[in-house]
Ligand binder design. Structure first.
Ligand code: NAD
Ligand code: UDP
Length: 340
């Protein structure tokens, strides 16, 4: 049975959520977004409407507030939920573990209880490749052992576990646990992208700010990893490809039994030095960088085996590294970041 009714998108004003809402609207879905703007700005909403050429329902509110969730489910016929809402900064999670467990874990428990009460058992959840911990080998398959080394990662692993337990306890749940690798880039229009608060933690937003002259240089964390050039290797994935992966997951949910983990990555790893060179090609000038020590908790290399996504969802990433750099740079340059 295919999904009918509206799609509730929690965290739909955020980086990945906003791109996904555009794709959902373009595909003709009715969408209800719930977001408390703890890491997004209201100005993203008209941009989504402009890009999609269609309207959607927006509810400002906290996913941790059961009253808000229940009122959304009472007002709208929700056929499935895409659950992005949560906190995502690894470093911050070690300083504020309770905030992470409340938002990411309690928020999801309340959401699942509400879905159960209203008879909606279709969920697409934002998990992360972080649940693989330090993998013994690459590429990473979904069957690999799971572990976590910080409260953020543990919150993702705990939600995965509770989805598995819930699906085992009651028939009818169809849950895609989408394990994202490293989302980068931006919407090609320059209207949507990542808007990191303060100093970016992630490589691409930091590198873009160095390329734009907003920061003096990039520190490359580690030069002695067992990788071809000694710097860390990751599976960078264009956010528009990732957004389309959510549509593919929604379309395939009816064929899933229980809670099914699915990698969303390209299957190709790039080193930090290769990322610098790729962005230099895009911007047309050298980007200052220097080696620094390894970042505590970092692993040498991490890239997906994307076979299951292709088999179960009929999805694969199509946008290449040059496209990720071009759209990321366009967003950086477009002034959209400053206006938001
Ligand atoms: P984001 O911070 O841009 O988006 C999250 C959105 O959720 C924001 O708009 C924020 O305001 C909202 N939100 C947070 N807590 C909320 C709450 N309690 N109630 C209502 N709204 C709330 O992050 P993103 O990069 O778009 O990530 C989306 C999801 O994907 C997150 O769950 C994240 O952990 C996961 N993920 C992200 C990455 C990545 O590198 N960006 C990688 C793997 C997994
Ligand atoms: N990295 C870096 N300098 C930075 C930020 C990141 O060298 O300022 C490296 C990091 O060590 C890793 C890669 O870039 O090898 C991707 O880091 P990011 O934080 O974006 O993703 P994650 O490590 O969570 O996969």
């Amino acid at each position: 049975m295919h999904i009918t009714g509206s799609i509730l998108v929690t965290g739909g004003a955020g980086f990945i959520g906003s791109h996904t809402v555009v794709e959902l609207l373009a595909a003709g879905r009715e969408v209800v977004v719930l977001d408390n703007f703890c890491n997004a700005k209201p100005s993203v909403l008209p941009r989504i409407r402009t890009l999609a050429g269609r309207d959607f329902t927006f509810q400002e509110g906290d996913v941790c507030d059961k009253g808000t969730l229940e009122s959304v489910f009472r007002k709208h016929d929700i056929g499935a939920v895409i659950h992005f809402a949560g906190l995502k900064a690894v470093g911050e999670s070690t300083r504020l573990p309770l905030d992470y467990y409340r938002n990411n874990l309690s928020g999801t428990i309340g959401l699942l209880e509400t879905m159960q009460a209203f008879g909606c058992r279709n969920l697409v959840f934002s998990s992360s490749a972080t649940v693989y911990g330090d993998p013994a080998e690459v590429p990473i398959r979904e069957s690999f052992p799971l572990s976590a080394t910080n409260p953020y990662g543990r919150s993702k692993l705990m939600v995965e576990d509770l989805c598995r337990d819930l699906a085992a306890s009651e028939a009818g749940w169809r849950i895609a646990l989408l394990r994202y690798f490293n989302p980068v880039g931006a919407h090609p229009s320059g209207l949507l992208g990542e808007d990191p608060q303060g100093i970016p933690n992630n490589l691409m937003p930091y590198l873009l700010q160095v390329a734009a002259g907003q920061r003096p240089f990039l520190e490359v964390f580690g030069q002695d990893y067992p990788t071809p050039d000694g710097s860390g290797v990751r599976d960078y994935l264009h956010v528009v490809d990732l957004a389309k992966g959510h549509l593919a997951a929604l379309g395939a949910l009816h064929g899933l039994q229980g809670a099914v983990p699915i990698n969303l990555g390209t299957g190709k790893g790039y080193s930090v030095l290769e990322m610098i060179q790729a962005l230099e090609r895009t911007v047309g000038h050298p980007i200052p960088w220097r080696f620094g020590p390894r970042r505590p908790g970092d692993i040498a290399q991490c890239y997906a085996d994307p076979t299951r996504a292709q088999e179960l969802l009929g999805w694969r990433a199509v946008l290449d590294l040059d496209c990720m750099c071009r759209d990321g740079w366009n967003w950086q340059q477009s002034g959209a970041v400053a206006q938001i």
